[in-house]
Design a protein around this ligand. Structure first.
Ligand code: EPZ
Length: 421
């Protein structure tokens, strides 16, 4: 597994451009299967989850050609169902969108057990509830394989028991060409749901209400290709916002949609961090004395769970006691043990971490235990004086485009050591 070596203690200064959003790219890439046509998708991030999606889609019969650094031509006219390779599917949670896409296009779907970062159970009951409500028969095999089929998918009112990004995505994919109207209640509001709806509407779908908790999908007979750019990655942006705050530097973060960052900006301002908004940028300046706060993760537009580990690093160095309450995933605290090895004082009671601030983090050898935990370890290494080595950095490559290059350009002393050789 390769490593990243950081010599911390330097304030980061300069400008960084955010790449396209991983969690918008994955649904949209699998949604191209529905079009039976050619799509040109731009602003795709150079991350391993996108490369993995390409490998899976090519195995499903799609032709994918790179047009420039971030733009790809995706031809789904040769797509089939049930051909996604299990050994690829199991690497990524986003693979579950194969089922919604194949069901929506072919009325037939089959895929192996999908993977994903391990923070507790990753149930799929709401996905299956949506497929079955639309009239599909769904078979859950012992080995985690899912088979689903329907003579005709028919629109229904589907009230989710839990606000789920993935289940909302899959319900949209499966219903976009179903007969009649589908209404999703208690749907996820995230910007990537809106991005998916905008992409599908550009392909001829009829979706309204995305971004609210009631989404209406009027089934259409077919979809056509389109040209579409993925929205910027709000979590990558938030990670660089915290990088400015935690190192006491000043970073202008460009190619962002400030509205998507409002909950992150609000919590940083509450701590005493300066956040200035531009039309498509935010500029964050770390202060000398930041004070501790209580952060609670919530579905959008609340504070995103995917910013939880990164924010905890900042809370470690702020003055006073802070609290981090994780309301989305039951086990998102795996990063805490790694932070403790850097001198952090954190106690956990159920879903609440109590963080004793005012700590100087110490350089250490740590591991990326999941994608966002890995980003948090890098942030901790940037602020800890001395040499920090972050291992198992493959997790970070799943969701961060050129993080070493971007941080180095901001003045970080950071090196990517590929220990595979
Ligand atoms: C998506 O995961 C993201 N992944 C996650 O980002 C993100 O943390 C999460 O949404 C929440 O925003 C992708 O978009 C590929 P959920 P997803 O279904 O869809 C429960 C990252 O770091 N639930 O919204 O799997 C579930 O247990 C990754 O980029 C059910 O109970 O998340 C959780 O408690 C990590 N039944 C809550 O809902 C279901 O059928 C939210 O999960 C589905 C989910």
């Amino acid at each position: 597994m390769d490593q990243i070596v950081i010599h911390g203690g330097k304030p980061l200064r300069g400008t960084v451009e955010v790449s396209g959003f991983k969690n918008a790219a994955l649904p949209i890439l699998f949604a191209t299967v529905l079009t039976n046509d050619v799509c040109i998708i731009g602003n795709l991030p150079a991350i391993s989850d996108v490369k993995l999606s390409f490998d899976i889609l090519r195995a499903m019969g799609l032709r994918i050609d790179q047009l420039d650094k971030t733009t790809y031509r995706i031809d789904s006219r040769g797509a089939t169902y049930g051909k996604s390779p299990d050994h690829l599917v199991e690497k990524m949670r986003g693979s579950i969108y194969i089922i919604g896409a194949e069901l929506g296009r072919f009325g037939n779907a089959s895929a192996g057990n999908c993977g994903g970062c391990n923070f507790g159970q990753r149930p799929i009951d709401q996905h299956l509830k949506a497929f079955r409500a639309l009239g599909a028969t769904v078979e859950e095999c012992e080995d985690g394989r899912l088979n689903a089929w329907a003579d005709q998918l028919v629109g229904k009112v589907i009230a989710f028991d839990v606000v789920s990004v993935g289940a909302t995505v899959n319900a949209i994919l499966a219903s976009v060409m179903a007969e009649g109207m589908t209404v999703l209640e208690n749907a996820a509001h995230e910007p990537h749901i809106v991005d998916l709806a905008n992409f599908l509407n550009a392909c001829g779908a009829s979706i309204s209400g995305a971004g609210t908790d009631v989404i209406k999908i009027r089934g259409v007979s077919s979809l056509h290709g389109c040209t579409y750019d993925i929205i910027p990655d709000m979590i990558e942006a938030g990670t660089y916002m915290v990088a400015a705050a935690v190192t006491g530097g000043k970073i202008e973060i460009t190619n962002v949609i400030p509205k998507h960052l409002e909950s992150i900006a609000a919590k940083l301002r509450e701590m005493g961090v300066s956040v200035e908004e531009g039309d498509e940028s935010v500029t964050v300046t770390g202060g000398d004395s930041l004070h501790g706060i209580h952060v609670k993760t919530m579905p959008y537009p609340g504070f995103p769970t995917d910013m939880h580990p990164q924010m905890s690093v900042l809370l470690c160095v702020a003055d006073g006691i802070s609290y981090m309450t994780e309301n989305i995933f039951e086990h998102r605290f795996a990063y805490v043990e790694q932070l403790r090895s850097m001198g952090a004082s954190i106690s956990i009671d159920d879903r609440v971490a109590t963080i004793q601030g005012g700590n100087r983090l110490l350089a250490a050898n740590v591991r990326a235990v999941d994608l966002r935990a890995g980003a948090a370890m890098i942030l901790a290494g940037l602020v800890a004086r001395g040499k920090t080595v972050v291992s198992e950095i493959g997790y970070v490559r799943r969701g961060y485009d050129n993080i070493v290059g971007k941080l180095r350009a901001l003045g970080a002393d950071i090196t990517d050591i590929d220990t595979e050789d």
